[in-house]
Ligand binder design. Structure first.
Ligand code: NAP
Ligand code: GCO
Length: 267
């Protein structure tokens, strides 16, 4: 087969992007829609799903939204079945829903640690498990797990998040290993520091009007010398969702402005 640009098209594909009502998930969903996919998303409450539906409508995208907690296996199985009946079986799953708790490890309760691991690691397992049987039956599918810098690096206060995102990297490789034979590609995107509600507390202006020290730290630590924008993840997401990446499996594509390549500014 010869290469042509249509390999990046997603026409006729059903894409479920979890937690896609703002931030990274919403932008990824918009890019998959621009490439031709039918968009389905979920969020915790009907209220946030309704807000999401309004945003998609504003963006000119016909999306379907479902209230479903990604950590609830029964609810996930039922929602995936409902999507199959109402929209079609899922061709592309983007495990985007995620939370972070920034608490020094020795002050963090085991319940708080478990909650982060539940959403950021157990839920992608639950979601992938729910969609893989239909992908096998239809002869293939794409799973994209939203990993993190913290799949590779640690830092103060994010022990649970780093443990979960490191685990998600290995879950990605294992799904690729176990289901690659069925033409299922499971890859990760590792965003660098992206300006979204999740990172807003790290970018807030100081009372004296100066930039947050963490904001300055990240810009200095990033060769691109800026925070990422959700749209920086669009091209990588379309690539990994499309047949242009059919021989890419178990890979984590870091989209970080070069952070992981950089030792840091010399003193
Ligand atoms: P965000 O704006 O907070 O979006 C996360 C979404 O997930 C929210 O809509 C949230 O719902 C939803 N969610 C949380 N728990 C859920 C659950 N149990 N069931 C269903 N939905 C749930 O964060 P973001 O920055 O766009 O992050 C998206 C993903 O990228 C996350 O996995 C995050 O860890 C990862 N990431 C972010 C960055 C960054 O710099 N921003 C970098 C690397 C990786 P609510 O609206 O109700 O809160
Ligand atoms: C933090 C940040 C990060 C980012 C992201 C980096 O507190 O260090 O929230 O963890 O959200 O995941 O890739």
């Amino acid at each position: 087969m010869n290469f042509n640009m249509d390999m990046f098209r997603l026409d006729g594909k059903v894409a479920l992007v979890t937690g896609a009502v703002h931030g990274i998930g919403f932008e990824i969903a918009k890019s998959l829609a621009a490439a031709g996919a039918t968009i389905v998303f979920n969020n915790l409450s009907q209220e946030s799903v309704d807000k999401g539906l309004a945003l998609y409508q504003e963006a000119g995208i016909k999306a379907r939204g479902y209230a479903c907690d990604v950590t609830d296996e029964e609810a996930v199985q039922a929602t995936v079945q409902q999507i199959k009946e109402e929209v079609g079986s899922i061709d592309i799953l983007v495990n985007n829903a995620g939370i972070i708790k920034r608490i020094p490890m020795i002050e963090m309760s085991a319940a708080e640690f478990r909650q982060v691991v539940d959403v950021d690691l157990n839920a992608p397992f639950i979601m992938a498990k729910a969609v893989i049987p239909d992908m096998i039956e239809k002869g293939g599918g794409k799973i994209i797990n939203i990993c993190s810098m913290m799949s590779e690096l640690g830092r103060e206060t994010v022990s649970a998040y780093a443990a979960a995102k490191g685990g998600l990297k290995m879950l990605t490789k294992n799904i690729a290993s176990e289901y690659g034979q069925y033409n299922i590609q499971c890859n990760g995107i590792g965003p660098g520091y992206i300006a979204t509600p999740q990172t807003a507390p790290l970018r807030e202006k100081q009372e004296n009007g100066e930039r947050h020290p963490f904001d300055q730290f990240i810009v200095g630590r990033t060769p691109a010398a800026r925070w990422g924008e959700p749209v920086d993840l669009s091209g990588p997401a379309v690539f990994l969702a499309s047949s242009a990446s059919d021989f890419v499996n178990g890979h984590i594509l870091y989209v970080d402005g070069g952070i992981l390549a950089y030792i840091g500014k010399q003193p």
